[in-house]
Design a protein around this ligand. Structure first.
Ligand SMILES: NC(=O)c1ccc[n+]([C@@H]2O[C@H](COP(=O)([O-])OP(=O)(O)OC[C@H]3O[C@@H](n4cnc5c(N)ncnc54)[C@H](OP(=O)(O)O)[C@@H]3O)[C@@H](O)[C@H]2O)c1
Length: 415
């Protein structure tokens, strides 16, 4: 039986869950995978008050873990620069690395893949996207032979949790506080609610399936921080749900990556996934659409992804990270055709007919529209679902709309 000696750096939510899971499931892993996992050392600059390392050796300087007799370094400190230095140091010592850190891969992916390859060591990161829900290795290994057409999903559990609470009547602020109380959102939730975390993840997936660089070229990144209960109510009336959607798709040999809140038809697979669930729809030439969903966060779920990588190290050399393509061509989001939901709030009684006239002047056809009055004539809300237009058409219309009411918003509608 193969033994794998593990060094863990970081001693927070995922690292402690990993320690516990390895101890608890050691015998199961031995039986099913013929691998004996042993945690040799932990790099923790302080103790974790919620969990004891027991008999495992603890080193206060995380870099000292690299001097131990280990077969793999598990980087769980998070962040970018220190994590990059730690991972690069591990490669220099020819020690493979497993990480759950999407931020460091987003920022330094191309450099780290090259360093791993130059040093002939493996660099695995299954848990960086959708935690332990199989995603990265599915794309890298199991779907080999397929040409990828698109990959689209909800990659941020916190955003999905907040929107689900708002569907049940909570305000954005109360939903965010509730998510923080339940451990689903960080004290600083910026990365989650501004779409940055999801943008990191779709960039990693796009690198694997389409060869886009890491860090990627600039693309549309918007979060859910401006979504209101009214948006959700109107979406519901039109048979949509609001979701945070990230996608990468190739059309006519050109790639478009984006990460933004959007209206998803209720009949769509992604629409049914509530709370912290992550979900992905992968479209390939040979299989067609593949649907995946599962828990995208949490110590145990993430530890599961890390363990699957460690076990993989025992069975195969996997040193084949996607190399970025230098000649990749891109589409511009501003040229793409989308339907939009336009919501206008105004105190004018004529706002609905005025906006309809203006839409006609801009040759924008509508599929659906409606009016919400709440019995108070001085506060009107009207909404319009457009046929497909470009963002450039939309912007020209919005420039004129600003003369009627400055209180308006738009939401993209998924095809
Ligand atoms: N939590 C999840 O659900 C989840 C899901 C998927 C992926 N991930 C990823 O997994 C990684 C770990 O997440 P986590 O939730 O476990 O984070 P966490 O609870 O904040 O733990 C981070 C740990 O790393 C330590 N640390 C941070 N910077 C360090 C440095 N420069 N030197 C030494 N130690 C350092 C922290 O020590 P101090 O306590 O002293 O600061 C803490 O022990 C992150 O990359 C995260 O994005 C997490």
């Amino acid at each position: 039986m193969k033994k794998i000696k593990i060094g863990i750096c970081g001693w927070g939510t995922v690292a402690t869950a990993l320690h516990r899971s390895i101890l608890e499931n050691k015998n199961q892993i031995k039986r099913t995978h013929q691998v004996d996992l042993e945690i040799v050392a932990i790099g923790a600059r302080r103790d974790n008050p919620k969990y004891s390392a027991g008999k495992t050796k603890v080193l206060r300087n995380i870099f000292d873990v690299l001097d131990e007799d280990i077969d793999v370094l598990v980087e769980l400190i998070g962040g970018t620069d220190d994590a990059k230095t730690l991972i690069s140091s591990s490669f220099e010592k020819k020690i493979p690395v497993v990480t759950a850190n999407k931020a460091v891969i987003y920022e330094y992916g191309d450099i780290l893949f090259k360093e791993a390859s130059n040093n002939g060591v493996d660099f695995l990161f299954e848990a960086s996207v959708c935690a332990g829900t199989p995603t990265i290795n599915l794309l890298k290994n199991d779907l080999a032979g397929n040409k990828f057409l698109s990959i689209k999903g909800m990659l941020n559990g916190t955003s999905n949790f907040i929107i689900s609470q708002m569907e049940d009547g909570m305000s954005f602020e109360d939903s965010l506080s509730f998510a923080q109380e339940n451990g689903y959102a960080e004290a600083d939730p910026t990365f989650d609610i501004e779409g940055i975390d999801a943008a990191h993840k779709i960039s990693i997936l796009s690198n694997i399936v389409f060869g886009s660089p890491l860090p990627p070229n600039e693309f549309l990144i918007e979060g859910i921080s401006n979504i209101t209960k009214q948006d959700i109510y109107i979406a519901e009336k039109l048979d949509f749900t609001v979701k945070h959607v990230s996608s990468a798709d190739m059309k006519d040999g050109k790639l478009l990556i984006r990460s933004n809140p959007a209206l998803v038809q209720k009949s769509d697979y992604l629409s049914s996934l509530k709370n912290v669930r992550n979900g992905l729809v992968i479209d390939t030439d040979l299989i067609g659409k593949i649907h995946i969903s599962g828990s995208g966060a949490g110590g145990e779920a993430t530890a599961a992804g890390v363990i699957s990588d460690i076990v993989r190290l025992a069975s195969e050399s996997t040193n084949h990270n996607a190399t970025s393509k230098e000649d990749l061509k891109y589409r511009q989001i501003s040229d793409e055709l989308f339907s939009f939901l336009i919501i206008v709030n105004s105190s004018s009684e004529n706002i609905n007919s005025d906006v309809l006239d203006m839409l006609a002047e801009h040759n924008i056809s509508i599929r659906n529209s409606g009016l919400i009055n709440d019995g108070n004539k001085s506060d009107m809300t009207c909404f319009f679902e457009t046929e497909e237009i470009t963002s450039i058409n939309l912007q020209e219309f919005l420039n004129d709309l600003d003369n009627l009411s400055s209180n308006f918003k738009t939401l993209r509608i998924e095809k």
